[in-house]
Write a protein that binds this ligand. Structure first.
Ligand SMILES: N[C@@H](CCC(=O)N[C@@H](CS)C(=O)NCC(=O)O)C(=O)O
Length: 230
């Protein structure tokens, strides 16, 4: 039975969504090749009809529909127990913390740096939806949201400092080999890397080395789709 991953794609095949990246890497880690079903960013109705909510990724497995990237990762772990574990050493509980931290802290810091550029990754027909939904959530324009760049650069540096130190001491967040915690964190750096024209990681840093190493894993999976600019 082929599993199918539903994801939103942007302008001319761009795939900047961090939530989809972590699941794409989770599939690769498990050695499972899903089928892909693409929807446009603003195609809320297709997603809602499938899963009664409007976020992707979604994975279907026969009649089973799983949404939310965390639920999908846990589903894949339990569905393919013989394949390499996504949570080596019993790390599922700590991975849940990393998931929340990446989404609520790291991802928000990155969004402050890229939201005004990110819109150009989307299909031109989806940009009005993105702008109006985000500006309603932020309470200001995308440009105002990102305006105080020195402040957001400093915040990004402070938030990523523990990662830099960790990766200077060990090759992966999970330890000697990559696990789902690496894919969660990496997915946010993919969002930054593919979602704007700027590089935020110091060239000689451990974080940059780790990110570029993950880009190259699984036959350069991280470079498989077009990058910025739109
Ligand atoms: N907690 C969810 C978040 C998923 C999410 O935010 N997905 C984005 C990816 S593009 C989305 O569907 N956004 C649609 C929208 O915000 O309208 C997960 O981990 O899967």
């Amino acid at each position: 039975m082929t599993l199918t991953m539903y994801e939103r794609i942007g302008h001319e095949g761009r795939r900047p969504s961090p939530f989809s990246w972590r699941i794409r890497y989770a599939f690769a880690h498990k050695g499972v090749e899903p089928a892909f079903h693409h929807v446009r960013f603003a195609d809320v109705e297709t997603i809602r009809a499938l899963s009664s909510q409007h976020f992707v990724p979604i994975v279907t497995d026969g009649d089973i529909v799983v949404h939310d990237s965390w639920n999908i990762a846990c589903y894949l772990e339990d569905r393919f127990p013989q394949a390499p574990s996504l949570f080596p050493g019993g790390g599922r509980a700590v991975a849940r913390l990393v998931n929340h931290w990446a989404d609520q802290t790291l991802g928000v810091a990155i969004r402050r740096l890229i939201a005004a550029d990110f819109i150009r990754c989307l299909d031109s027909g989806d940009r009005a939806y993105y702008r109006s939904s985000r500006e309603a959530a932020f309470g200001c324009t995308l440009e105002e949201y990102c305006a105080d760049r020195p402040r957001w650069i400093a915040e990004f540096a402070a938030i990523t400092a523990p990662l830099e130190r960790t990766l200077a001491e060990q090759p992966y967040v999970a330890g000697a080999a990559p696990g789902y915690v690496d894919y969660i964190v990496f997915s946010m750096f993919q969002y930054a890397r593919l979602g704007c024209p700027d590089e935020f990681l110091a060239e000689a840093g451990a974080l940059r080395r780790w990110r570029d190493n993950l880009v190259g894993m699984f036959d350069r999976l991280g470079d498989r789709y077009p990058a910025y600019p739109a």
